[in-house]
Design a protein around this ligand. Structure first.
Ligand code: FES
Length: 113
């Protein structure tokens, strides 16, 4: 049985959730929207295309992931690895290539408490 896209399996090899939560005003926790969440998601989508991973890796918008102070916050499943994107031009290609293609966690981007 295939779906309209020709798939026979439900789901993705890697699923990336990118917080785009917006808090109006001076909220003490801040928000990922004001730290570029939407642009980060678009950059992930672009990188998935450029690295030939359409259909294998999916990047989706998320609401608050509850690690606001550490954001902009991203989590990659199925490993449940949490990343902070501090340098989108370097971090995003590295996460797609190293984590999503090669299965290696990008330690320098991991959220630390
Ligand atoms: S606003 Fe992004 S994790 Fe809460």
């Amino acid at each position: 049985m295939k779906d309209p896209k020709g798939r026979t399996v439900v789901g993705f090899e890697k699923h990336i959730f990118i917080c785009e939560n917006l808090r109006e005003g001076e909220h003490p926790r801040g928000c990922c929207s004001e730290k570029g969440g939407a642009e980060i998601r678009l950059r992930f989508k672009q990188e998935i295309i450029e690295q030939g991973l359409i259909g294998k890796v999916r990047a989706n918008k998320a609401g608050c992931l509850d690690f606001c102070e550490k954001g902009p916050t991203v989590v990659v499943y199925p490993e449940a690895i949490w990343y902070r994107i501090s340098d989108p031009e370097k971090d995003i290609p590295d996460i797609i290539r190293e984590h999503c293609k090669e299965g290696k966690i990008v330690e320098r981007c991991r959220i630390q408490l």
